[in-house]
Every structure is written in structure tokens, then in C-alpha cells.
Design a protein. Structure first.
Ligand SMILES: Nc1nc2c(c(=O)[nH]1)N[C@H]1C(S)=C(S)[C@@H](COP(=O)(O)O)O[C@H]1N2
Ligand SMILES: [Mo]
Length: 327
């Protein structure tokens, strides 16, 4: 198909772009202070329709590992999202602040790729992704995902429990948090030339969250290696939190006793906090979170507390006083 027609499931632009609408003034000024020489690189990349995403980059050497055996414990209350939608309607600001980044993301080199485990660990290490994949217990899980913008999907991730990675890292007793960092490469990721954003993308979890059985490192999607636009070669999947917590294309896991400040928290902390647990009753300052729009459906669905995963994770937060758990 050569023409780009608006489909029923697509959100109006005003719904689809809230994450980048409001920029923290302090941060903007900091970016401006970085100097006008960066200005030449701020042009936005073009937009692409879903069909352009068929363009492929290099073949993925981990293809032979998939499909993985599905873990039957994690079930869905809704149909699996059509693969084409989940792989062509994405948030990945490194490749543009709009949803049609799939084609642009094919430029991301995913081999060689190493993952560094550092900070408060017994021994810092840097592991090649294919070595890591051999050492981790790979499985498939069906998970829901809820973006703070109120669209959602349900997909079969392939990958491994984050706990296995934490065990490999051997954190020291004093470590309380894990800061995760996305690659930085302005040559392939034009969004990273947008100097007003605090690149590289960083996210964080407590060690308790990271070792909860639901916290998953996704390396596959729909029975294949995960596509670049979805965060190849490895991204986080924490389905009880808003989607921005699920950081893509990770290069570093740093164990620390300091709570990390994540990308969106730096941009606009009043709208995107550290915890960011899904709660239909706690509205975003600019829109309700009571319902969501599953990709591919024309009907809104009610949003559930912890995105339906309360039985797994609610206990993590029950004694926390004075924390903004849901924003
Ligand atoms: N590095 C990085 N990770 C990211 C993002 C991003 O812009 N950059 N967007 C986040 C947001 S807002 C969402 S909703 C999910 C979207 O994941 P998907 O495109 O695979 O659906 O990725 C998250 N991870
Ligand atoms: Mo999101």
C-alpha cells in the first residue's frame, strides 16, 4: 500500500503526543546554554507511514533462538495486538517525537552490542549480547502495556526475568536502585540532536521492583528477535507501570544507593514521576487515566490498578508513605 490512510485505531494527534508537549523551562535553558552550534542538527526527521517499516536492517544473529516456549502463568484479558500495529506505532524519541519511527530506527546497529553491569556490584562486567542471551533463561510471556498517553497493547515478549540479570550482576548489600541507560549515538538517532532533551534516556527501578517476577527484559517480540523500533536488542518490560518506564535499547545497568532521575522526570517531573504505577483513579495533570485505547480497537477499555497486575506488585508499595506512586 502506498497511501497513508488514517486508521480507526489511530489516536488523534492531540492524544498521541502529550509526552513531549510540555518541556521543563529550567531544562530548556540548560539546553540552550549548551550552545548554538547544536542548532544545525535539530531538524525533525520526516514522518513515515506504517508500510515503510518493512525496510529491514541487518539480519539479527539471535533469530535461531526464537520462538521461545511460552510461560503459561501470564495470561491476557484481551486479544494480542496485531503485530503490524505494535511494530509500527511506537514511542522511541531517539528516532523522532512522533509514532512513525519504525523506518528511521532500522539505522540502529544492534551488533556488536554490549551490556555493562556496574556501580555497586561485586565485579563490574561488560557482556556481549549474544553471550548474555546464551546465559539467560529465555521464555515467552504475554503482557499488557499501557502508555501514559492512554493507548495500550498486549504482546508476546521473548526474553528473561530481570532477576536473572540482577543475580548475574551480584549487587552489593547497599545497592537499592538500578539505573538503566539507552545507547547514545547522534549519527543514527536524529532525536538525540534535539538538545533540549536530557539524552541519553535513563530509567530506574528499585532492586525489589527489578527482582519482582514480572520485571522482564525483552529481547524478542512475536516469536522473533525484537525489532529495533521496539527496543532491540534488549529493553525493559514492566507492565504494571506506564510505558515510559520500559526503557529501550539498553547499554548499561548501574547499581546504586541513589534514586536515579529518569529522562521524563528531568523533562517534566510534575507529570512523569519515578514510580509511574498505573492507576485509573489518578489522572495525569492534563488528561484522565480512567480508560485506554487498545491499538487496533475502536472501543476504549477501562484501565486497571497496576494495569491489572496488582496481585503481583501491590505489596511492593503498601508501606510507602508520601511517595507519588501513580504519576
Ligand atoms: N530509550 C527509549 N525508551 C523508551 C521510549 C523512548 O522514547 N526512548 N519511549 C517509552 C514509551 S513512552 C513507551 S509508551 C514505550 C513504547 O514501547 P513500544 O514502542 O515498543 O510500544 O517505550 C518506552 N521506552
Ligand atoms: Mo509512553
Amino acid at each position: 500500500m502506498l497511501t497513508r490512510t488514517k486508521r480507526g485505531w489511530e489516536l488523534p494527534e492531540r492524544m498521541a503526543t502529550p509526552e513531549h508537549l510540555v518541556l521543563n523551562r529550567r531544562h530548556l535553558l540548560k539546553g540552550l546554554a549548551a550552545g548554538p552550534m547544536l542548532l544545525g542538527g535539530t531538524a525533525l526527521i520526516g514522518t513515515y507511514g506504517p508500510d515503510d517499516a518493512l525496510a529491514q536492517g541487518d539480519p539479527d544473529p539471535s533469530a535461531g533462538l526464537y520462538p521461545l516456549q511460552r510461560n503459561p502463568k501470564y495470561t491476557l484479558d484481551r486479544p494480542i495486538t496485531e503485530e503490524r500495529l505494535a511494530t509500527t506505532y511506537n514511542n522511541f524519541y531517539e528516532f523522532g517525537s512522533h509514532k512513525q519511527i519504525a523506518k528511521a530506527a532500522q539505522k540502529l546497529p544492534i551488533r556488536p552490542w554490549t551490556v555493562t553491569l556496574d556501580g555497586m556490584v561485586e565485579k563490574e562486567q561488560t557482556i556481549d549480547i549474544d553471550t548474555l542471551l546464551k546465559r539467560m533463561p529465555l521464555e515467552e510471556r504475554l503482557y499488557r502495556m499501557r502508555c501514559v498517553e492512554a493507548w495500550s497493547m498486549a504482546v508476546p515478549w521473548g526474553g528473561f526475568p530481570m532477576k536473572a540479570l540482577v543475580d548475574l550482576a551480584q549487587p552489593k548489600a547497599g545497592a537499592k536502585y538500578i539505573a538503566m541507560t539507552t545507547f547514545q549515538n547522534r549519527d543514527v538517532a536524529p532525536g538525540q540532536k534535539q538538545f533540549w532533551y536530557p539524552w541519553p534516556y535513563v530509567e530506574g527501578l528499585t532492586i525489589e521492583e527489578a527482582t519482582n517476577e514480572l520485571a522482564f527484559i525483552a529481547t524478542g517480540l512475536y516469536g522473533k528477535p525484537i525489532p529495533r523500533q521496539n527496543g532491540a536488542p534488549l529493553r525493559l518490560a514492566v507492565p504494571w507501570k506506564y510505558g515510559f518506564k520500559s526503557i529501550k535499547s539498553i547499554v548499561r545497568f548501574t547499581f546504586t544507593d541513589q534514586r536515579p532521575k529518569s529522562f521524563w522526570e528531568v523533562v517534566q517531573g510534575s507529570e512523569y514521576g519515578f514510580w509511574a504505577n498505573v492507576n485509573p483513579e489518578v489522572a495525569h495533570p492534563r488528561w484522565s487515566q480512567a480508560s485506554e485505547k487498545p491499538l487496533g480497537s475502536d472501543k476504549r477499555a477501562p484501565t486497571l490498578l497496576y494495569n491489572g497486575y496488582a496481585e503481583f506488585v501491590a505489596h511492593l508499595y503498601k508501606d510507602m508513605k508520601g511517595e507519588r506512586l501513580f504519576l
